[in-house]
Ligand binder design. Structure first.
Ligand code: MD6
Ligand code: FE
Length: 206
């Protein structure tokens, strides 16, 4: 276990077989709810392609960042793969079940700028993230933009938890080492973030 300023990284949390199973399930998710490139509030297309599973999913356009009960095409989001519900129970230290997971796909050259995860109704719950496929340079800062940062390479099967004092730290992906893993036949990286998006602070598990 690695601690990066309040962000906990569990290395090699999932073995190869579990990673392969999950990739197959995420392919099913993306078949039902196709990956799309969200637009930032400033009108720029993100380099990462995304979709979601769960009761709500994350979308973004010029109206801003938010969770919606439907995919931009109008359909409901697919169910969250069971393996992710298990993973959440194992590492989140949170009795409230997740209600969404975001699936980010990084092709060659894709990155994600430094940001805070602040679209959830409450910051009481952690965000748990799983890396699959190519290695990624994960940058973690503090609670203010522009402060000092530290970086770590995330590998396939690694899990990062942003919770407690680390829940609102700035973080991002500077770059991936395209083709460094053979988990995804065409190369690239999948990042899955598990979240409690709609429950409000103080509410208990249903
Ligand atoms: C990524 N991760 O790993 C981007 N957010 O591709 C995130 O933005 C993230 O790793 C919240 C919690 C953990 C994360
Ligand atoms: Fe994030």
């Amino acid at each position: 276990m690695l601690d990066l300023g309040g962000v906990t990284i569990h290395q090699s949390c999932l073995d190869r077989a579990a990673q392969e199973d999950l990739v197959a399930q995420l392919r099913d998710v993306a078949r039902e709810a196709p990956l799309f490139r969200p637009e930032t509030a400033r009108g720029r297309k993100m380099s990462v392609r995304m979709t979601s599973a769960g009761a709500v999913g994350w979308t973004s356009d010029r109206k801003g960042y938010r969770y919606e009960p439907r995919h931009p095409s109008g359909g409901a989001w697919p169910a969250i793969p069971l393996a992710l519900l298990d993973l959440w129970r194992a590492v989140a230290e949170c009795g409230t079940p997740l209600d969404t997971c975001l699936v980010n796909f990084y092709g060659e050259g894709a990155r994600m700028g430094l940001h805070q995860d602040r679209d959830e109704a409450s910051t009481e719950y952690p965000v748990v993230s799983l890396s699959l496929g190519d290695q990624a340079l994960f940058r973690v800062g503090g609670l203010e933009r522009g402060g000092p940062t530290r970086s770590v390479w995330l590998a396939s099967g690694d899990v990062a938890v942003l919770g407690g004092p680390g829940r609102m730290v700035y973080h991002g992906i500077d770059r991936i080492r395209f083709g460094s893993s053979d988990l995804l036949p065409g190369g690239g990286r999948i990042n899955v973030t598990m979240r409690v998006a709609t429950a409000v602070s103080g509410s208990s598990a249903r």
